[in-house]
Design a protein around this ligand. Structure first.
Ligand SMILES: NC(=O)c1ccc[n+]([C@@H]2O[C@H](COP(=O)([O-])OP(=O)(O)OC[C@H]3O[C@@H](n4cnc5c(N)ncnc54)[C@H](OP(=O)(O)O)[C@@H]3O)[C@@H](O)[C@H]2O)c1
Length: 290
């Protein structure tokens, strides 16, 4: 099986690349957009004719995992056109590629397709995105769903894990602790979600592909917590007292993009179909990296 991971210089794509490299009988290529890594080749999904692009035609993938998107939620709110290009238009192009190669498409989506009034959400709950980022993730989902492409849509949220740029929330906290940082973090106490390890997302994705599953799956672990609780979980694990937390309401923080407050998801479908699948949680990760 030949697999292309688009956006493999990022957190989720990097973990998909790691997972697929472990699998026998799989030939895998990971791509970056601007952040070149030792493990990736360039592929610009916004311009399929870019001469710098990896020769995907020559490779003829059987599976394309599309992890490329503009993921900075507040930036998307203030730059909707760029967000549209990087998240929606790029997905139109990826669908075109999947059609051309008759490849299966795995699209990575988000709990931001929900309004956050009554999460955690199952797959059948109605969507109602509130931010530009959430609207564009949903628009990309719709493009995938309405195509003729065999597809999987994996919705995830609050992802952490090993990452080359160490930019996820837990990774940044771990770096601060290592550097002996002293500061106060202003964090919302009212934004709830289900943090998940990117490697578990990749494991679930690989399993669903193995069984040729299709449609929407929520990929969420057993943790359900707000940002203050998540930060405390990490700081308490190391008994680190130099970083203080100032809990604030989202209203007081007033971010440019509206956040789903009671967000997060339940892996209802995955765990019904694969009851033996086991998610790790934040504590497992902290024990692992400690
Ligand atoms: N992290 C989360 O908590 C979270 C939560 C919900 C959903 N998701 C979704 O999961 C996916 C991956 O997120 P992530 O956290 O891994 O993001 P990330 O670390 O920011 O990585 C994004 C990746 O996409 C690439 N990229 C950006 N725009 C692209 C485009 N138009 N064409 C091709 N590649 C493009 C980036 O390339 P360069 O960096 O090389 O430029 C990078 O490799 C995204 O679809 C995101 O919406 C993430």
């Amino acid at each position: 099986m030949k697999v292309v991971i688009l956006g493999a210089s990022g957190l989720v794509g990097g973990n998909f690349l790691k997972k697929f490299k472990e699998l026998k009988g799989v030939e895998v290529i990971g791509t970056h957009l601007n952040f070149a890594t030792k493990e990736t080749v360039k592929f610009n999904t916004m311009d399929l004719d870019d001469t710098a692009n990896f020769d995907i035609k020559g490779f003829q993938p059987d599976v394309i995992v599309h992890c490329g998107a503009l993921t900075w939620v507040d930036y998307c709110e203030q730059h909707p056109e760029e967000s549209y290009e990087k998240t929606v238009a790029s997905t139109e192009n990826v669908v075109q590629l999947a059609e051309e190669f008759n490849a299966k498409l795995v699209y990575i989506s988000s709990d931001y397709v929900f309004d956050g009034k009554n999460g955690p959400y199952v797959e059948t709950d109605p969507v109602n995105p509130k931010s530009i980022y959430g609207k564009h993730k949903l628009a990309a989902e719709e493009i995938v769903k309405s195509s003729n492409v065999n597809h999987l849509i994996l919705r995830i949220t609050n992802v952490y894990g090993d990452e080359i740029r160490n930019k996820n929330f837990i990774a940044r906290l771990l770096t601060d602790i290592q550097n002996g940082e002293q500061k106060t973090l202003k964090l919302p106490f009212d934004q709830y979600a289900t943090p998940v390890n990117a490697f578990d997302v990749a494991q679930a994705g690989a399993l669903l592909l193995e069984y040729d599953k299709t449609g929407v799956y929520h990929i969420a672990s057993t943790d359900f917590m707000n940002r203050v609780q998540l930060a405390r979980r990490v700081l308490d694990f190391y008994d680190y007292r130099k970083i203080k937390i100032e809990p604030l309401s989202t209203k007081a923080i007033n971010p440019p993009a509206e956040r789903p407050l009671r967000g997060g998801m339940i892996s209802e479908r995955l765990l019904r179909e694969f009851p033996a699948f086991t998610f790790t949680n934040v504590n497992d990760y902290l024990n692992l990296v400690n």
